[in-house]
Structures are given as structure tokens and as C-alpha cells.
Design a protein around this ligand. Structure first.
Ligand SMILES: [Cu+2]
Length: 146
């Protein structure tokens, strides 16, 4: 009987871990106060099931730099998702790939504001290349291209 009880307790514990995955979907997004396409990107994440808190800041460039992204590779906003940073208008499929594969990097950046990317208007002109932000504070290779 005790073994059965223990099993039940264990089973309910394992079961209760399930909803914790909801935490994977929590996003904090830092943006310049005037940035409209950043709000567009926040809306895009929400449409894809993420819970997004936007924070306006005048220190975005400094924050991106401190996160380990060299100036020329900054995205136009900076998101923190489940232990990773996601800079710029990164498609959600790449975010999911990052959260699933959990590589040993700080995150990814899509520099600038490419036309046709999520939250941006216009027509896509070229594949988006999401670059790795390495743990040593620089930009590595292409993590995903889409
Ligand atoms: Cu933008």
C-alpha cells in the first residue's frame, strides 16, 4: 500500500511539472519608447502563444551591448525568453528551435529591421539569418536561416 501511495505521489508530482512549461512562453521585451515595429513583434509573439511584457527603455543599445551583441548586430528590440536572449524580429520557428535544442549560446540576433520579418511591413527581400550570440560575448555563425 505504501509503495502504491508513493507511486501516486510521484505520479502527481511528475504530472504537476507539466504546466511549468508555460514558463517557457514568458517573454520580456525591451524596446525604445517610440518603436512601433517592436510592438508589432510583441503582438506577433502573443499570436503565437507567448506571454509578452514590454518594457520601454532609452538604454536599449547599452543593454544589447551588455548582453554580448556587438553594435552592428543589434536587433531593434531585445527579448528574454526562457534563459535566452532573442534580439530583433526573429521568426517564432527559430525561437521554438532555440528553446527545443537549448544550445550552449546566449541567444540569437536578427540585426536591424529586415523587410517582411515578423512585426515589420513590406516584402521579404532575402532569407533572414539569425546569428548566434555566443557565451563569450560576440557573434558566431548562423543559427538559423529562413
Ligand atoms: Cu523593428
Amino acid at each position: 500500500m505504501r509503495i502504491l501511495l508513493n507511486t501516486l505521489v510521484l505520479a502527481s508530482f511528475v504530472w504537476s511539472v507539466g504546466p511549468a512549461f508555460a514558463g517557457d512562453k514568458d517573454v520580456t521585451l525591451y524596446k525604445n519608447p517610440q518603436c512601433g515595429c517592436c510592438e508589432g513583434y510583441a503582438a506577433y509573439l502573443r499570436e503565437n502563444g507567448f506571454t509578452v511584457t514590454t518594457r520601454a527603455t532609452h538604454d536599449l543599445a547599452e543593454m544589447s551591448r551588455e548582453a554580448g551583441i556587438p553594435d552592428e548586430f543589434h536587433g531593434c528590440h531585445l527579448s528574454f525568453i526562457d534563459g535566452y536572449l532573442v534580439s530583433g524580429h526573429v521568426p517564432v520557428s527559430t525561437v521554438e528551435k532555440l528553446l527545443t535544442e537549448r544550445p550552449d549560446i546566449k541567444g540569437v540576433t536578427l540585426p536591424g529591421m529586415p523587410l517582411g520579418s515578423p512585426g515589420m511591413g513590406g516584402a521579404k527581400e532575402a532569407p533572414f539569418e539569425m546569428l548566434e550570440v555566443t557565451t563569450s560575448g560576440t557573434v558566431g555563425g548562423v543559427y538559423a536561416r529562413e
